[in-house]
Design a protein around this ligand. Structure first.
Ligand code: SAH
Ligand code: MG
Length: 198
């Protein structure tokens, strides 16, 4: 298992797959254990790195993870099998915005896909949060670019940073959710429904 994780880290580096930073996944794994998280929904599997680590944080954990890129989806499936976690991790090959969920709720929803669509993901998946559940979002610093738009030459990149800044404002001004911003890894946020005693 440890070896597989290392292999995945190397693969990600070689192929420039943006897997989560170690501090951030360690934080999420601690959260999972401390809060008895059972059901997790992940938006953006890539090669399965974060899904595998989340699923392995405790025996009871089940992860549904969504990926729209076929190569990454296949790689993810392969890695999940290699880890012997096929019963715990359900990999869905689809665009998350097209996925139809019914009758399920999640204790943790991890948003880690296209940065420009964060708000759409939040707005769609908030209805699938179990009581006391949280929505965690990754890459809110976007490699240090957030808050430093004037230093970016690429118009595309500036557009993404704009969207992330918009998402941060959306979270800060959200009437239904309280959000804590945590300065670890590439920056994560953790959002909870207001008026829940947890
Ligand atoms: N969570 C992974 C990293 C995910 S990288 C980890 O830390 O190990 C982001 C992934 O989201 C990419 O593989 C990309 O193909 C996928 N993605 C982007 N937009 C998506 C969408 N709308 N639906 C599903 N997957 C998406
Ligand atoms: Mg990420």
């Amino acid at each position: 298992m440890k070896e597989l994780i290392l292999e995945m880290e190397n693969y990600a580096k070689e192929k420039s797959v943006p897997i989560i930073e170690k501090d951030s996944i360690a934080y999420i794994m601690r959260y999972i254990k401390a809060n008895n998280v059972r059901n997790i929904l992940e938006i953006g599997s890539a090669i399965g790195y974060s899904a595998i680590l989340m699923a392995s944080s405790s025996k009871e954990v089940k992860v549904t993870t969504i990926e729209r890129d076929e190569t990454r989806y296949m790689e993810c499936l392969k890695n999940v099998k290699k880890c012997g976690l096929d019963k715990e991790i359900n990999v869905v090959f689809q665009d998350a915005l097209d996925v139809n969920l019914t009758g399920v709720t999640y204790d943790l929803i991890f948003i880690d896909a296209a940065k420009g669509q964060y708000k759409k993901f939040f707005e769609k998946f908030q209805y699938f949060l179990a009581p006391g559940g949280v929505i965690i979002t990754d890459n809110l610093k976007f490699h240090g670019y957030v808050g430093k738009k004037e230093t970016i030459d690429s118009k595309n990149l500036r557009g993404i940073v704009d969207k992330i800044e918009g998402y941060i404002d959306f979270l800060k001004n959200n009437e239904e959710f309280d959000t804590e911003f945590i300065d670890i890894g590439d920056g994560i946020s953790i959002s909870r429904r207001k008026n829940e005693n947890k």
